[in-house]
Each structure stands twice: as structure tokens, then as C-alpha cells.
Design a protein around this ligand. Structure first.
Ligand code: DGI
Ligand code: FE
Ligand code: FE
Length: 197
């Protein structure tokens, strides 16, 4: 994809996102490309997935709910209650329907970038981790996350998922079943790799 093609998307993002969130999107794109190069993914695709993953992060509730109607998305009660989850679920349909992104891997990576899910694909994992390690991030533990991402995708997934689950439980927030599925799947994968199962 040439730079002009990306510019079209960056222009749309500039309309929708704050300067901070636009920078985050560009940094996630770079990290996703890096991880794709390292782990054998499609680096162009992952760059684009990174660029677009938070496209609806700053959309108003009214717009989110009208897009849900338009795309016939039925949010579960848990999802309705957790507004941080909306941008991934609705964002995936938005890039498919409005931006005409027809690549299933990009759409799925955006769809599951916040929660993860069972049986995550390489692209799902790359975007999920890129979102945690992008250059704009500076939470406690980001260095460990970055180190793990250079060693193994699954080690990084486990680090990120436990971080999120602990944070949510501390706030007594709901944990999405997809987050739990991703966590248990990753634990199983790592146990198998160690020869424990
Ligand atoms: O959009 P970003 O801020 O770049 O990152 P993100 O899409 O990973 O969103 C992170 C937020 O999503 C974080 O505040 C916790 C929340 N989140 C992630 N998994 C779950 C969740 N919230 C709930 N209620 N349940 C989850 O399983
Ligand atoms: Fe996000
Ligand atoms: Fe993000």
C-alpha cells in the first residue's frame, strides 16, 4: 500500500480523534508492523489494523447506538454497560461498512483488540499486544510487556490479559467472557508448550 492510501485513512482519523489518540493510533500501527515482521504476520495489513483500531474510541454514545442499529449489532447487557468495549465491537463493523475494508483478518483484529477471544489468530494477537506496547504508552509494567513481546506473543498476551483482569477486578468491573476465554486459552497454550498437558 502506498502512502497516499494511508493518507486517506489518516485524514478520516484526524476528523474523529484527538491529537493524543491519533498519535496513539500511529504508534500502534508501527508496533503492529514490527510484531508482524518479527512473528511472520502481514506487516502492511497489521499497520492498517493498528491505524484504524481505535477509530470509534471518541465517538458519542448516540452515534455508537445508531451504528449498532444500522449494522444490526446486538450488544449483550455486559457490553452495553461497559462503554470502553463499544469502540472495538462497533469499530470493526464501521471499517467494514463505511471504509470498505474487506480483509477479514483486519476486521477480526479490530473487533477483538480490547478483550481478546478464544482461538485468537496471529493478527488478533499482534494487534492486541501492539496496543499495549506502543511508544506512547507509559503505564507501570510497560517495560516488562515490551520485553515479553520480543520473546513470545503468548507470554505477552498472558501479561496483558492478567494486567487487564486484575485492574478490572480491583475496580469491581465486569470482565467480558471473551477476556476470560482469551486468558484461559493462553494459559492452556503455555502449559502445553511447557509440556505440562
Ligand atoms: O482503546 P485503548 O485505550 O487504546 O485500549 P483498549 O481498547 O484495550 O481498551 C482498554 C480499556 O478497556 C481498559 O480501560 C479496560 C477495558 N477493558 C478491557 N477488557 C475489558 C474491559 N472492560 C470491561 N468492562 N471488561 C473487559 O473484559
Ligand atoms: Fe481500543
Ligand atoms: Fe488503542
Amino acid at each position: 500500500m502506498d502512502n497516499n492510501e494511508y493518507k486517506k485513512y489518516v485524514d478520516i482519523l484526524t476528523q474523529r480523534l484527538s491529537e493524543y489518540r491519533l498519535r496513539h493510533s500511529l504508534e500502534v500501527a508501527k508496533s503492529a508492523k514490527h510484531l508482524a515482521e518479527k512473528y511472520g504476520g502481514d506487516s502492511e495489513k497489521m499497520y492498517l489494523a493498528g491505524l484504524l483500531h481505535d477509530i470509534l474510541k471518541e465517538a458519542e454514545k448516540d452515534e455508537i447506538f445508531s451504528l449498532c442499529e444500522k449494522y444490526a449489532i446486538e450488544l449483550t447487557p455486559l457490553e452495553k454497560n461497559a462503554k470502553k468495549l463499544w469502540h472495538a465491537v462497533v469499530g470493526a463493523e464501521y471499517i467494514k461498512n463505511e471504509l470498505k475494508i474487506d480483509d477479514g483478518e483486519i476486521i477480526s483484529a479490530v473487533r477483538y483488540h480490547t478483550t481478546g477471544r478464544k482461538n485468537m489468530t496471529l493478527s488478533d494477537k499482534i494487534l492486541f499486544i501492539a496496543d499495549f506496547i506502543s511508544a506512547d504508552r507509559d503505564y507501570d509494567g510497560v517495560d516488562i510487556m515490551r520485553e515479553k513481546a520480543e520473546i513470545s506473543l503468548e507470554d505477552a498476551m498472558l501479561e496483558g490479559l492478567s494486567f487487564t483482569i486484575i485492574e478490572l477486578a480491583e475496580k469491581q468491573s465486569a470482565i467480558h467472557p471473551d477476556t476470560i476465554d482469551a486468558y484461559n486459552d493462553t494459559v492452556e497454550y503455555i502449559s502445553k508448550k511447557k509440556g505440562l498437558i
